[in-house]
Design a protein around this ligand. Sequence first.
Ligand code: AMP
Ligand code: MG
Length: 480
Amino acid sequence: MNFQNRFIGLGPEFYQAKTPDPVTDPYLIDFSPSAGQLIDLSPEAGSSRGFIDQFSGNAPMTGAQPLAMAYSGHQFGSYNPRLGDGRGLLLGEVQNQGQEMWDIHLKGAGPTRFARGFDGRATLNSSIREHLASEALNGLGVPTTRSLAVIGIRELIYRQRPELAAVLVRIADSHIRFGSFEFFHYTGQEKNVERLLEFSIRNYYPDIVEESDRYRIFFQRTLQRTAKLIAKWQAVGFIHGVMNTDNMCITGTTFDYGPYGFMDHFVPNYTPNHSDTHGRYAYNQQPEMGFWNLNKLAETLTPLIGAEILEEEMKQYQPTFNRFYREEMSKKLGLAILDSEFTQLVQKMFQLLHDHQLDYTNFFRFLANYPIQSASSNNDDLRSWLSHYLELAQREGMSHEERKAQMDATNPKFILRAHLLQTALDKALKESDFSEISRLRILLENPFQDQPEVFEEHEIEHYTQDTPETFACRQTSCSA
Ligand code: AMP
Ligand code: MG
């Protein structure tokens, strides 16, 4: 691989250089060929001994200069000055044949100087959760870090109880977080804030390097990408769970998967993080939390850009988010005329979804077939909403088939439902059977279409069923 290692050029204040700790008996849990493509790996690469040894940390990689990045951040509203990659290592940036640069990062590669007494390892459970969600969000067209592979290691680690451990291989366009800027800002290293900013512009927004107001444009772009990302989360019903500023990437990419969740039947304040007792990062709080986090980023840039300019830029967040969100909703509903009737229709729809506990995902797939396949519903308000919807659909002058094709390309048939994920986790953890992980990854790589060559009809039915009540609105603890 063609390692470039740009980040290391920033200097020692930005990281700790450290090689991964060796592991015992690494074995492959799952490999994502489509993520491998990003760095020119063949679809079979994951099963070679060399791959497993190198990507688990047991064998050095030619050209890699592994490091743990320094960062801090606001967690649940409070500043935590001591974070940093406690168990993650950036192996380096690799340039692929298409001249794209990709960060390669190991999660669970042993404790670094940022580990604060923790063991530097990741549980197999949490690694599988990140792996599947990364690949699922990518399949949904949501910007996200990718998961190349999960590699199990034969070591027990201790959380509430002994657990199996793993190393996750993450590929990302960037690992620079809002918290990376915060670290230098709050330690009074203004020069390093500026160096990080120049670095980010040069590497992620090269088209603006010559602009005299590039700092401002950088902030604008970060704001736009963040707003767009969250609009997409809302549209697919993804709840991140831990939107702390150290989990916000400056390229507007879904970053660091922990206690996330997908919307089952529609519950606007669904909070998948078990420890988030106040619902700070609930589904309906995500847009607002994006704003809050951008404000924290803005604070770090105030000495460089100026408070007034940043305030002006921040005023753009709400309208920008609304614009992206309406675009998403318009695609989901197959409607292009975005007037006040449309707004009303959407508002009423969410009320109905909530009142009747309708499955958020399946609702839109049903809608694409309506009225050809009509609902045997005895809800008067649902029926009247559907006829209002049809009226709006008809004034667009699109045939049913056209509308359906467009909607089915936007609204997923398959999402990573909590019970499906749990089955894959149980099989892996209790029976060392990893087949369901691979199957879910393949299913969710293309969540808009059946893949009859891989899945039989009864399986497709199983994967599309509403989430059983016992799994709906599931909460996960951070350590899981
Ligand atoms: P996370 O919840 O993975 O975003 O982690 C929050 C912070 O705790 C980061 O600084 C992590 O690197 C650190 N951390 C989490 N788990 C561990 C661990 N097992 N060993 C070392 N550091 C950890
Ligand atoms: Mg994190």
